[in-house]
Design a protein. Structure first.
Length: 476
């Protein structure tokens, strides 16, 4: 029953409204009751004082009960109450009720006793009248003359009007409460639907994504927390869809790249097994198998390198280091390859450079991949130059060649996995299409940038890499 947020919100609104309305009704009823009671009490005390002032002189002589009763009756009609006047022994001297009045009787009322003793805080009471069926308020005021207590004025009045007024107000409040609950129920249901609608859409979209449909998007209808959550969900879904697409392309490309050398190996092995070969032919086939195996090994190693790069931040700790020795050592490894291809190979490196946060073996891989590519795609007689300069906030490594170059429309795509400008030529050179992707991933993990510019005189290419300098605390 309460499994949905919409129902929970509606019930919550309902309960809150009932609690607030009932509390407000009780408070209002009590406030009105106290107000009208205080008003009635003050009116009765005022009436008693009027009677007191009228009859006080009459009690100093022999009292005329008829005259005193007339005075009491006159004021009682105006105040809608019953008024009795007693002497100091609580004997009734006047009564506003003529028929079956109490004149001549002793009225033993605690209110009168307290009034005669001038205990004003106790000279009133509220009692239930069995005759009328309503509460009755009773007030007594002492009669004084020349500092002597001569008697008391006793006033009683039914609280029927207050009870009836309270009943009417209670009825109105009940109707208002019911109407408010009905209205709040409708509005609460509407608001709950408006609030939970996007959440329900998110839930449904999430369920569909869990089943493999990554195209799900949820319309953003607000700018609040739910709206921000919806935008983040859409961004996450788009990123997930894009990553899934890239993963599928990556798997397809990796499968294709592996299939080519495996197919070649299969053909070569079957040929050696099924056909008689001369020693020279057999040696040539073995050389071809060796080349294909090396190509396959490089592909696997590059794939492993890409997976390792994702764990850089957690499993490999960067150190503050000078990268010049690492770069110089890497270039020395590649000098032989450049010499074999009759390529002029130059490097311009400082004796030392500003320290950077780096994983040195990955810096070595960046330099190796860039320079190795430059040598591969530069014809004999060409030139490859490696330069390291120190900028204000970074180190800048530039690998320049005057080889075949990279057209401008391909310069951003060459960093994608398995992308080749000239696929046939790249395979001839033994490339896997992953070298530059690895370089870009390493540079990004080091907080740097990489881009391509034209080579000298518009020939060849210049790969530019920047790595930020390490910010070290000042020595004390």
């Amino acid at each position: 029953m309460f499994s949905s947020i919409r129902t929970k919100l509606t019930v919550t609104y309902f309960i809150l409204l009932v609690v607030v309305m009932v509390s407000a009704s009780l408070f209002l009823l009590n406030l009105l009751k106290n107000y009208y009671f205080a008003y009635q009490y003050e009116a009765m005390v005022a009436a008693a004082r009027v009677v007191r002032d009228l009859v006080a002189p009459k009690l100093q002589t022999t009292p005329d009960v008829v005259d005193i009763s007339n005075q009491a009756e006159l004021v009682a009609r105006q105040s809608r109450s019953r008024i009795l006047i007693t002497d100091d022994r609580q004997r009734v001297l006047g009564d506003s009720v003529r028929v079956e009045g109490l004149v001549g009787t002793v009225l033993n009322r605690p209110e009168i006793t307290h009034a005669l003793l001038q205990q004003g805080d106790k000279s009133w009471s509220v009692q239930y009248s069995e005759t009328s069926g309503f509460l009755v308020l009773q007030v007594a005021v002492p009669i004084e003359a020349d500092g002597e207590i001569l008697g008391a004025v006793f006033v009683s009045s039914s609280l029927q009007a207050i009870d009836e007024l309270q009943n009417d107000i209670r009825t109105y409040l009940l109707l208002i409460t019911l109407l408010a609950i009905l209205t709040a129920g409708i509005i609460g249901r509407f608001l709950a639907r408006k609030i939970t609608g996007p959440i329900r859409s998110l839930s449904e979209a999430t369920e569909k994504m869990a089943k493999g449909d990554l195209s799900q998007r949820v319309p953003v209808r607000s700018r609040d927390e739910i709206g921000r959550l919806t935008r983040q969900f859409n961004e996450m879904a788009a990123q997930l869809q894009e990553n899934t697409r890239k993963l599928k392309e990556f798997v397809a490309n990796a499968s294709h790249e592996m299939r080519t050398p495996l197919t070649s190996l299969n053909i070569l092995v079957k040929s050696m097994r099924d056909f008689p070969l001369e020693p020279e032919e057999r040696e040539e086939f073995l050389d071809d198998i060796d080349q294909e195996l090396e190509r396959l090994i490089r592909l696997v190693e590059n794939l492993l390198d890409l997976t390792r790069l994702d764990k850089l931040a957690t499993e490999e700790t960067m150190t503050v280091a000078d990268v010049v020795p690492t770069i110089r050592q890497t270039l020395e490894m590649l000098q032989k390859k450049a010499k074999e291809k009759q390529i002029e190979f130059h490097s311009i490196l400082p004796a030392q450079a500003a320290p950077v946060f780096a994983v040195l073996h990955q810096i070595k891989q960046v330099v190796f991949n860039l320079v190795d590519n430059a040598i591969k795609y530069t014809p004999a007689g060409g030139r490859v130059t490696v330069t390291l300069t120190q900028e204000n906030d970074c180190l800048k490594l530039i690998v320049t060649d005057n080889g075949v170059g990279i057209p401008e429309e391909h310069r951003e795509k060459v960093f994608e996995r398995f992308y080749r400008v000239d696929k046939a030529r790249s395979r001839e050179q033994g490339g896997t299409g992953l070298g530059l992707a690895i370089v870009q991933e390493i540079v990004r993990n080091h907080g740097g940038r990489i881009w391509i510019e034209d080579g000298p005189d518009g020939k060849g290419s210049s790969f530019v890499v920047t790595i930020p300098r390490a910010s070290l605390p000042a020595a004390e």
